[in-house]
Design a protein. Structure first.
Length: 325
C-alpha cells in the first residue's frame, strides 16, 4: 500500500522540503521535492543531443523559423520542454532565445513552424489567449504599470474579472465576491514574494529586483502550467538573487513547469534539470547541466578561443567578467 503524506497547515515554503513523497498526489500542489525527484528520474536516461524527445513534454515545437530581412534569427527543427521541470535556455547574445520566447507566447509571428502546449495547437495564438491556456512569461526588461499601485498591477493579471463588463459593473452583487477573491489571492502572492509592505506603493517606485519579483508574482495570478522567465537575474542585486532562486525552485515543487533564459552559468548549473543551448538561431546542444557544460559546441559558443576550459568551473565566470571589462 502506498504511504500517505499530508500537508500540515503549519508548513512554510522552503522549509523541510525533503520530507514529502517522491510522487505528487494527483490534483494537488505541494511545496515538496516530489516533482523535482520525478523529473530527475525521468530525464536521467534521455540522450544529450539537440531536439531529443522527452518522457513527458508539456511544450513541443517543430520547424520554427523567424527571419528579419535576410537574417534568420530562429531556425529550430525540434525541441521539447519536460513537464514539471526547470529547463534553462542558454546561449550567447543574439542566439535567438528571446525571439523564440516571443514566438511561443504570441508576441511575434513565425515564418514557419508549429507548436503544441499540453497537447493543444498554440501556433499563431494571441498573447492573451496563450496566457489563458496556462503559458505565461516575464520580460527581460520588466513591464509594470508604473503609475498604478503594486496591488493594482497584480489585480490586472487576474483571469476572472466580472466587474469589468458594463452591465455587471452596475450591480456590485455580481462581482464583489470575485473581486475580493482576487484581492486575497494577490495579497497572498505579495506576501510570498516579500512585497506585501509595498502593495500601496506605485510600482514605479520599486527597485529593479523588486520589479522582477512583482512580474513573477503577477504571472502566478493565472495559476499557470508553464512559466517562461526571460533573464530573471538581469539587473538584480545580490541581496535579492537568492530570493528569486528560491521562488523559481518553489514553482517546480508546486508542479509548475519553468523555462528560463539566463546568462549566469553558475545559476543554471545549480537549479536547472535540463539545459537547452542556442547559437545563431539553432539548438546546438541539450542535456543535463553537467554534461552540457562540457560539450565542445557549448564551450565554443561561449568562449571561442578558450575552448579547453570547463564551463562547470566557477573560474570561467571570473574570466568572462574580466574580458568584458
Amino acid at each position: 500500500m502506498r504511504e500517505s503524506h499530508e500537508v500540515k497547515p503549519e508548513t512554510k515554503p522552503f522549509q523541510d522540503l525533503a520530507k514529502w513523497a517522491t510522487k505528487a498526489p494527483e490534483g494537488e500542489k505541494l511545496i515538496s521535492t516530489a516533482y523535482g525527484d520525478k523529473v530527475t528520474k525521468d530525464l536521467q536516461f534521455v540522450d544529450n543531443e539537440p531536439g531529443v524527445h522527452k518522457p513527458d513534454p508539456i511544450l513541443v515545437a517543430d520547424h520554427v523559423t523567424r527571419k528579419f530581412g535576410g537574417m534568420t534569427a530562429v531556425d529550430v527543427e525540434h525541441f521539447e520542454i519536460e513537464r514539471h521541470g526547470i529547463t534553462a535556455l542558454i546561449g550567447p547574445n543574439g542566439a535567438g532565445k528571446t525571439t523564440l520566447f516571443n514566438l511561443m507566447t504570441g508576441f511575434d509571428t513565425p515564418n514557419t513552424g508549429e507548436w503544441r502546449f499540453d497537447g493543444r495547437d498554440m501556433a499563431h495564438m494571441q498573447p492573451e489567449k496563450v496566457a489563458r491556456m496556462g503559458m505565461v512569461r516575464t520580460f527581460q526588461l520588466t513591464k509594470v504599470m508604473s503609475r498604478l499601485t503594486v496591488l493594482d498591477n497584480m489585480l490586472l493579471s487576474a483571469p476572472v474579472q466580472p466587474g469589468e463588463g458594463m452591465f455587471r459593473s452596475l450591480i456590485p452583487g455580481l462581482w464583489k465576491k470575485q473581486e475580493q477573491a482576487n484581492i486575497d489571492k494577490a495579497e497572498a502572492l505579495l506576501e510570498r514574494f516579500l512585497l506585501i509592505n509595498k502593495k500601496d506603493d506605485f510600482a514605479g517606485s520599486l527597485s529593479g529586483g523588486q520589479r522582477k519579483l512583482l512580474e513573477m508574482a503577477r504571472a502566478l495570478m493565472r495559476d499557470p502550467k508553464l512559466v517562461m522567465l526571460d533573464e530573471p537575474m538581469a539587473g538584480v542585486n545580490p541581496a535579492l538573487k537568492q530570493s528569486l532562486l528560491d521562488h523559481i525552485m518553489s514553482l517546480r515543487e508546486e508542479g509548475t513547469t519553468v523555462l528560463f533564459v539566463e546568462h549566469d552559468i553558475n545559476m543554471v548549473r545549480h537549479i536547472a534539470d535540463w539545459v537547452t543551448v542556442m547559437a545563431e538561431g539553432k539548438i546546438v546542444a541539450e542535456g543535463q547541466p553537467k554534461s552540457v557544460m562540457n560539450d565542445p559546441a557549448v564551450i565554443d559558443a561561449y568562449l571561442g578561443a578558450h575552448a579547453n576550459i570547463d564551463l562547470g568551473d566557477d573560474s570561467v565566470l571570473d574570466l568572462k567578467e574580466s574580458e568584458e571589462h
